[in-house]
Ligand binder design. Structure first.
Ligand SMILES: *[C@@H]1O[C@H](CO)[C@@H](O)[C@H](O)[C@H]1NC(C)=O
Ligand SMILES: *[C@@H]1O[C@H](CO)[C@@H](O)[C@H](O)[C@H]1NC(C)=O
Ligand SMILES: *[C@@H]1O[C@H](CO)[C@@H](O)[C@H](O)[C@H]1NC(C)=O
Ligand SMILES: *[C@@H]1O[C@H](CO)[C@@H](O)[C@H](O)[C@H]1NC(C)=O
Ligand SMILES: *[C@@H]1O[C@H](CO)[C@@H](O)[C@H](O)[C@H]1NC(C)=O
Ligand SMILES: *[C@@H]1O[C@H](CO)[C@@H](O)[C@H](O)[C@H]1NC(C)=O
Ligand SMILES: *[C@@H]1O[C@H](CO)[C@@H](O)[C@H](O)[C@H]1NC(C)=O
Ligand SMILES: *[C@@H]1O[C@H](CO)[C@@H](O)[C@H](O)[C@H]1NC(C)=O
Ligand SMILES: *[C@@H]1O[C@H](CO)[C@@H](O)[C@H](O)[C@H]1NC(C)=O
Ligand SMILES: *[C@@H]1O[C@H](CO)[C@@H](O)[C@H](O)[C@H]1NC(C)=O
Ligand SMILES: *[C@@H]1O[C@H](CO)[C@@H](O)[C@H](O)[C@H]1NC(C)=O
Ligand SMILES: *[C@@H]1O[C@H](CO)[C@@H](O)[C@H](O)[C@H]1NC(C)=O
Length: 678
């Protein structure tokens, strides 16, 4: 009896697939199996085990002559070998080796191929040059085992360099190199995605999965934040970031802190791909825990960095609260933080000044744009406040507010929308200016958000979408508010902006140019999305804007650049939730030059999935939504004429709304449906 109890306990804990581990002693609260399996699983970059070895090795002098990973002998001082894990990885390195005498085994890391060598790329934040190396010192001949110290965990790298320091004629035989993966700590199966995407364009598929994998590398154990203040030498990732076991940070290598603005892009993408929102909850909670109780201001970033004075990032915590509620309906969380949220709204709305009725930005830190602040500020801020008020109005309803907050905030949003359009629009240029002065700067951020958040009418939307393409180069859109720099963060808003106003071809073109450039870059990680880069094709993002020309500091795995992941699911396949957990949803495909695309994700209500397949004169759309939900199908015309629509073989005509060359049909009740349009 006792024996069989033990046996069943063991069986219950071990999934039938390969036995895998969560991080250290973290309890495994993540999913164990993928929610949707299919050929797309091949595109998942995550390793199948928490313990991984390199794929290839090469000499630094012959970087193009790679060999399969195998034992290797270092001979004499300064000899070195480079290991390539094939994708971005991160965690704790362990090396089994033997030596013929005394010396030290040097260990150095880099994400980009450009920085392989005896010095790791930069992450420490002190801008005192590269991070340097770790050393395993050995005093005599024999077998040795090097284990990287926990506090020197390296959160993001692809290349590992091992080199020998010795004063004698010593050689070192490297027997085994192994990495304990340090991200997504609560998942026992790192491939157990709760969402998927697949299309007939393999580059788009790879970009979707590189966004998803980036987010995995950004979901980290809560005690592995970057040490602040920056160390004089080396690096340490031993700081406490927030509550719980797992938390979403801005980047794998750095900063390893919660940044609510980054979450504006990262969270919708994490929802449609990984489906893990525990990391998001803990990240938002730490922002509420550190909210200034007297003013209501949120910090710009989570601890230990805890930077202050950013009105935009303050609002991103508020928008993040809305997104988290939309995806989870976690009413306990909302109840616990609702008072803080209202204080935050009062704090930011008090900065609106009259007669203009525009926000007067005084917390001037932001995502890296050069100018920020003063009276009418730049349009991005007003756009953010508009979105904050609009989403706040919905939150107030979900929180059960009976004091009229929802209508107050809706009214304020509408007044603000009118003020933005009156004072910040540049009629001569056909887009928003950076603020209400007569500046000639027309920023990418504000204009993209104006489209995405619905601040403009149809005519202005068409003009903005067109003007945004003025910033394009063959490798991406240069942000006028940060000249020479290409920001996949801001471009993540831009692609969603084009998709929102019916310009999907522009969105796919920009995804292919920008994310395609990085995915195919031979010096990149080939598995994640980069923080930013320059229009000259170098990785030197923000060299003159706080990064002190340290091109090795740029993060190559930054969730704020993962916009294509949510965009392809929500706008190209076109499936999206419109109220908490997807009780209501929308399916509105956009085809461009693709012939098939499909995607799915899960909420506590169940699975949502849609797949379309198109020929020149018809298309089919199959979809599955949970019982008890309802939604609208917005079906594009296949030609100029009103289409013929069949659902499960039955011709549909009554109740169809025809507008904007689409036919909208409402669907009540869950299940699986097949729609044919021709
Ligand atoms: C996990 O291990 C860490 C030290 O490595 C310790 O501080 C913590 O209390 C442990 N947690 C649990 C749940 O055992
Ligand atoms: C040993 O190698 C290291 C690393 O390449 C180098 O910095 C150092 O100068 C070398 N020492 C001697 C004595 O050559
Ligand atoms: C490496 O050394 C450790 C500690 O001695 C040992 O537990 C492990 O099995 C060794 N690994 C290999 C592959 O030899
Ligand atoms: C890759 O990096 C090397 C070394 O910095 C550089 O010479 C080369 O031009 C880079 N390749 C690309 C495509 O950027
Ligand atoms: C280990 O070796 C490195 C490289 O020679 C040296 O800089 C460091 O001081 C040594 N550490 C110890 C504890 O001996
Ligand atoms: C170094 O040691 C190896 C193996 O013991 C030997 O073959 C070689 O001649 C030595 N080299 C020098 C310069 O002493
Ligand atoms: C992290 O490590 C650094 C460097 O050793 C040390 O100064 C700091 O006190 C450590 N922080 C924590 C929270 O242990
Ligand atoms: C704000 O008040 C809460 C509850 O009293 C407290 O837990 C929190 O630490 C306070 N925050 C700050 C930044 O003082
Ligand atoms: C308005 O925006 C321009 C361009 O960003 C900037 O140079 C100027 O300082 C801003 N004016 C004010 C009053 O903030
Ligand atoms: C905007 O805020 C700044 C700083 O508090 C203040 O000097 C300025 O007068 C304000 N502008 C308006 C129009 O209220
Ligand atoms: C048609 O498109 C315009 C502009 O995007 C939008 O305002 C309007 O609501 C759409 N009409 C319908 C019925 O979807
Ligand atoms: C479907 O669209 C109509 C018209 O826009 C809207 O009133 C209705 O709420 C939508 N239904 C759902 C379930 O979203």
């Amino acid at each position: 009896m006792r024996w069989s109890n033990i046996l069943s306990g063991v069986l219950a804990l071990a999934p039938l697939s390969a036995a895998q581990d969560c991080w250290r002693n973290t309890s495994c609260s993540g999913p164990t199996e993928t929610a949707f399996s299919g050929p797309w699983d091949e595109n998942i970059f995550a390793p199948s085990s928490r313990s991984v070895s390199p794929e290839k090795q090469f000499l630094i002098t012959q970087p193009d002559k790679t060999a399969d990973y195998a034992p290797f002998t270092l001979r004499g001082n300064g000899s070195l070998v480079v290991y390539d894990f094939g994708t971005e990885v991160g965690g704790i390195v362990r090396v089994n080796y033997s030596s013929t005498g005394s010396g030290a085994l040097g260990v150095a890391f880099t994400e980009a191929k450009d920085y392989i060598g005896e010095w790791s790329d930069s992450s420490n934040g002190g801008f005192k040059g590269p991070d340097g190396a770790l050393y395993g010192n050995f005093t005599e001949a024999g077998s040795h085992y090097y284990v990287q110290p926990d506090k020197a965990l390296r959160g993001g790298f692809r290349y590992l360099t091992l080199f020998l320091i010795t004063s004698g004629n010593v050689s070192v035989q490297i027997e085994d190199v192994d990495l304990e993966i340090g991200f997504q700590p609560t998942w026992s199966n790192l491939k157990a995605y709760q969402g998927y995407f697949h299309s007939d364009d393999d580059l788009l598929n790879k970009i979707w999965y590189s966004g998803a994998y980036t987010l995995q590398t950004n979901e980290v154990p809560t005690d592995t934040g970057r040490q602040i203040p920056a160390l004089a030498v080396g690096w340490a990732n031993n700081a406490t970031l927030g509550p719980g076991d797992t938390i979403i940070v801005d980047g794998a290598k750095r900063d390893r802190a919660v940044w609510p603005g980054d979450m504006g892009i990262a969270v919708p993408s994490a929802f449609v791909s990984l489906g893990d929102l525990d990391s998001v909850k803990n990240a938002l909670q730490v922002m509420y825990n550190t909210q200034n109780n007297s003013t209501g201001a949120f910090d710009e970033s989570g601890p230990p960095l805890s930077q202050k004075d950013s009105d935009t990032y303050h609002m991103w915590t508020m928008v993040g609260t809305y997104n988290y509620m939309l995806f989870t309906n976690d009413s306990d969380f909302l109840e616990q933080n609702w008072e803080g949220y209202q204080k935050a709204m009062t704090y930011i709305y008090d900065k609106v000044t009259y007669p203009s009725g525009l926000l007067n930005v005084t917390g001037t830190r932001d995502w890296a744009r050069w100018q920020q602040g003063y009276n009418n500020s730049e349009a991005q801020m007003m756009t953010s406040l508009y979105h904050t008020l609009e989403t706040g109005a919905k939150l107030a309803t979900w929180a059960g507010d009976s004091t009229g907050l929802s209508s107050t905030w809706t009214d304020r949003a509408e007044k603000l929308r009118l003020a933005i359009n009156e004072y910040c629009w540049d009629e001569g240029y056909g887009a928003f200016k950076d603020n209400a002065t007569d500046t000639t700067l027309h920023p990418q951020d504000a204009n993209s958000m104006a489209l995405l958040f619905g601040v403009v009418d149809e005519e202005r939307a068409a003009s903005i979408s067109e003007r945004l393409t003025d910033n394009w180069t063959p490798i991406g859109a240069v942000a006028p508010e940060l000249p020479e720099n290409i920001s996949p963060f801001i471009s993540s808003f831009e692609i969603q902006g084009h998709l929102t106003v019916g310009q999907p071809a522009r969105a796919l073109e920009l995804i292919r140019r920008s994310w395609g450039w990085y995915y195919n870059n031979p010096n990149g990680t080939h598995s994640t999305v980069i923080e930013g880069y320059l229009q000259n094709g170098s990785f030197g993002y923000r060299g003159d804007r706080g990064y002190y020309w340290d091109t090795a500091y740029v993060s190559h795995s930054h969730g704020w650049s993962s916009g294509p992941t949510s965009a392809l699911t929500n706008f190209i396949v076109g499936i999206t939730v419109t109220s908490p957990l997807g009780a209501t949803w929308s399916i509105a495909p956009q085809f461009v030059d693709l012939t098939s695309a499909e995607a799915g994700f899960t909420t506590a209500l169940g699975k949502f999935q849609a797949a379309w397949s198109k020929t020149s004169d018809s298309y089919t759309l199959e979809f599955t939504v949970p019982q008890g939900t309802s939604g609208n199908l917005t079906l594009p015309y296949i030609s100029a004429a009103k289409p013929s629509i069949q659902i499960d073989g039955t011709e549909i005509s009554r109740g169809v709304v025809y507008a904007n060359e689409t036919a909208t049909v409402s669907v009540n009740g869950g299940g699986t449906y097949k729609v044919t349009v021709h």
